[in-house]
Design a protein around this ligand. Structure first.
Ligand code: PLP
Length: 356
């Protein structure tokens, strides 16, 4: 049976990216060695790092003056690394869910941190709008896609201060105006690669403004200076990132990814809105995520929760269980999800509706 991977992350990657990674693990570029067993400083690996960094810049149209890093530690380590490097006097955070809150908690260890806006009052089912942003912030931190709640900023905010974006779950799914951000970061295990590498796009001239001593490994300057090779980088996930970036470029880049994302989302939200059994959890239609599509059973059918999950799983739908904070179902539709996959889920929802 064909399986469709709707898991939230680690998650679906293009099949050819997986195959190329598998081949490089067996024999990298015909050198008779695995990519996993060669030095990261070798002449064989350096071009992988160079091309992956260059492709991030090309695909996202990153302006001059930014560096691309591939580090370990996940997005969660960035929650600490961001304030360590950027919080001079005061930071602002938009609280749109668990990940934003975790980021804010770490910033408080480094200095004054304010919650500029929040949607906690309604379990993060919408994105805060028209909020005031103090102009004396060192940065405003935003989570552009809220993986758990299925809300997404489809356009970069217009605010009077520099932004820092956690783009763990929507990077490379739409064009981004990088010039508005001092730093963009995320765990790679959604739209970029497998787990194990973190991407960071950092504006060079903002580094070094804080007076505090930053531990060597947390200081972005360490990694910028050494081209992301200060210590041993996660070579295999970086190779997978490279192959995925080549794939994104070949598909037509982030504009093509955005078009496809919208097509998938229109299909699935269309069915959620039509089907008598379900409704979407995000209150404001314009905030609906294209990446993580969350829906629940209507009250009168709520006892069918486990049954629908079983029904869908038996038909090849993988990972559609909603996060425990939201319940119901979450179909994650990252770049590699095909329209065919979404149609299969829609068919499954329609078949289930006929039974009830
Ligand atoms: N930020 C967002 C938006 C996420 O979705 C996640 C994980 O799902 C994280 C941060 C944490 O990422 P990591 O597991 O790489 O630390």
């Amino acid at each position: 049976m064909k399986k469709y991977n709707f898991g939230a992350g680690p998650c679906i990657l293009p099949r050819e990216v997986i195959e190329k990674t598998a081949s490089a693990i067996l024999d990298f570029n015909g050198i008779g060695l695995s990519i996993a067993e060669i030095s990261h400083r070798s002449k064989d690996f350096q071009p992988v790092m160079d091309e992956a960094q260059a492709l991030v810049k090309e695909v996202l149209d990153v302006p001059e003056g930014y560096s691309v890093l591939f580090l370990g530690g996940g997005a969660s380590l960035q929650f600490t690394q961001i304030p360590a490097n950027f919080l001079v006097k005061k930071a602002g955070y938009v609280n749109t869910g668990v990940w934003a809150k975790k980021a804010m908690k770490e910033a408080k260890l480094y200095g004054e941190t304010i919650e500029v806006a929040s949607s906690a009052d309604d379990n993060y089912t919408y994105l805060p709008k028209n909020f005031d942003v103090p102009t004396d912030l060192d940065y405003l931190h935003v989570t552009t896609n809220n993986t758990i709640y299925g809300t997404e900023l489809h356009k970069d905010l217009d605010v009077p201060v520099r932004m820092i974006g956690d783009m763990s779950s929507d990077i490379f799914s739409r064009p981004v105006d990088v010039s508005k951000y001092d730093c963009i970061y995320g765990g790679a295990q959604k739209n970029l690669s497998m787990a194990g590498v973190t991407f960071i796009i950092v504006k060079d001239d903002v580094l070094g403004r804080v007076e505090r001593e930053i531990p060597t490994m947390l200081d972005y300057r360490t990694h910028v200076k050494k081209g992301s090779m200060f210590n041993t980088p996660p070579v295999v996930p970086i190779y997978t990132a490279l192959e995925n970036l080549r794939w994104i470029k070949a598909q037509g880049g982030v504009k093509a990814m955005e078009k496809l994302a919208k097509e998938r989302a229109d299909l699935l939200y269309g069915e959620i809105d039509r089907n008598k059994l379900f409704h979407g959890t995000v209150k404001c239609e314009e905030d609906r995520s294209y990446m993580n599509i969350c829906f629940v059973l209507n009250d009168e059918y709520s006892e069918l929760q486990d049954d629908f999950f079983k029904f869908a799983t038996e038909r090849g739908m993988v990972g559609v269980k909603g996060h425990r904070d939201v319940g119901g179902f979450r179909a994650s539709c990252y770049n590699a999800m095909t329209v065919e996959g979404v149609k299969a889920l829609v068919d499954c929802m329609q078949e289930y509706e006929k039974k009830h």
